[in-house]
Design a protein around this ligand. Structure first.
Ligand code: SF4
Length: 453
């Protein structure tokens, strides 16, 4: 049962020393009650109080891990129902699912395709992190063989989708590399819970626990935990997206609002069916709420693109605008002393839009990003985070003067009004560029630095 801020406060030293980064013990207690700080932040709390506060300090949704080394994913530990209340912390792991009924040639083709589910967006590489094999053949030997092919041909985290303990055991026995990868075993049910929990505990694998409903699920998870499985994921056995949505919402409510420990774990689901468009819609719903691992049957690259973009948008902290470093970026090959200089802000979306248009123009250029705390050009100008003085300072600190044979900068058309004052402040010539980034390629093709426009 969660403790109130006052109950927590009574157990703290009440010295208001400030060592936890909060001015008073009460302020710290309020943060702890909201699960926004860790009890470890107070170095003075007694062992006795620590034990009493354990339930208040433990995250309501456990952090579970899958994968190892560079591939390791941390999932769960979410603290809010709605993103606007704070932020969602650990974005779901996305993966593709294949059948062990496919031929080796078909599998090789699919594994090669899955490797390509990776691209860059606003400076971040986004990709599918898992590949699952489903034991449709019912044959443990074939399952183990396909898991071996998966390990040989992909770098992603393996997911073993079978309710047959013999097949799972065989996959580990025949593939010694598997245990080092902390794979996902999908799924322990009331029928096989004991055997699969024993394998997962022994191999330090992550385990999905599946119930026929939430009541059964809540009965199974304590037993799995008791068996020594550290990394647990939940599946309610829901059929279809509506039921899934209802169940994962209920799981999160119970964990966050009622501190109900048996459901305080991240979730996992399979997205299965024949219609790839329907699969994409379902996977999108599951990405929005509240599934932490999503394995999509026979996933295609065209499904990966919108899904990973959706995921990136939802799991970006709404309180912190995405930014790039404030500096002079070189865009294009051999950016020389005659290269144009385009000034913009360090809002990531603005920078990457401008950079993409400069690349399209094929004119090697500098893009000077001014630190506006992630505000776009017009917002920054309106809020005085971008003015002639700040832009002049950025020009000076960029070191561009030493690299260029000219002193001319292109200002975004929307803030043309600033051009005169920037010339005075910086000593640079200022040329007014296009208002929209889409006008940059045509602008640059007709532009010679030092000659104005
Ligand atoms: S460090 Fe501990 S004792 Fe000091 S103010 Fe914070 S909660 Fe209170």
């Amino acid at each position: 049962m969660a403790l109130s801020a006052m109950e927590i406060y009574k157990l703290l030293p009440q010295t208001n020393c400030g060592d936890c980064g909060h001015p008073t013990c009460l302020a710290f207690a309020m943060q702890l009650a909201n699960k926004q700080v860790s009890l470890d932040d107070c170095p003075h709390v007694s062992e006795e109080a620590k034990n009493e506060l354990a339930s208040a300090s433990a995250p309501p949704i456990q952090l579970s891990k899958v994968g190892a080394g560079e591939q390791e994913l941390e999932l769960g530990k979410e603290t809010v129902m709605y993103r606007h209340e704070e932020t969602f912390h650990n974005q779901p792991g996305l993966g593709a699912l294949v059948s062990d009924d496919l031929s080796d040639d078909e599998l090789a083709e699919k594994f090669a395709e899955f490797k390509q589910f990776s691209f860059e967006r606003i400076g971040e590489i986004i990709e599918f992190e898992l590949v699952g094999v489903r034991n449709d053949s019912g044959d443990p030997d074939r399952f183990a063989e396909v898991v071996g092919l998966l390990l040989d041909n992909t770098d992603q985290i393996p997911a073993l989708v079978s309710d047959d303990p013999e097949a799972i055991e065989k996959a580990f026995a025949e593939n010694s590399a598997l245990a080092d990868k902390r794979p996902l075993i999908y799924a322990a049910t009331a029928d096989n819970c004991e055997e699969l929990a024993a394998i997962a505990a022994d191999k330090d694998a992550a385990l999905v626990v599946e119930g026929n409903d939430l009541d059964e699920l809540a009965e199974l998870t304590p037993a799995v935990k008791e068996a020594g499985v550290e990394n647990i994921f939940l599946n309610s056995g829901a059929e279809g997206p509506l039921e899934n949505l209802q169940d994962v919402t209920q799981i999160r409510r119970q964990a966050l609002n009622k501190s109900f420990r048996p459901l305080g774990y991240p979730t996992a689901t399979l997205v299965e069916g024949d219609d790839p468009h329907e699969l994409l819609l379902d996977a999108s719903t599951f990405t929005c709420k509240y599934n932490d691992i999503i394995l999509i049957e026979d996933a295609k690259a065209w499904q990966a693109l919108p899904l990973t973009v959706l995921r990136q948008n939802i799991y970006t902290d709404p309180r912190v605008p995405p930014t790039v470093e404030a500096k002079a970026f070189e865009v294009g090959d051999e950016v020389g002393e005659d290269a144009p200089v385009l000034l913009t802000t360090n809002f990531a979306l603005t920078y990457f839009t401008v950079a993409s248009e400069v690349e399209t123009s094929r004119v090697p250029s500098y893009i000077l990003t001014v630190d506006t705390e992630g505000q776009s050009v017009l917002t920054a100008y309106s809020s005085e985070n971008l003015n002639a003085e700040i832009a002049a300072k950025a020009l000076k600190e960029s070191g561009l003067e030493d690299k260029l044979a000219h002193k001319e900068v292109i200002l975004p058309g929307y803030i043309a009004v600033m051009s005169g004052s920037l010339e005075v402040e910086s000593g640079w010539d200022v040329v007014v560029g296009p208002r929209e980034a889409s006008g940059i390629p045509a602008f640059l093709r007709d532009y010679t630095p030092g000659e104005g426009q």
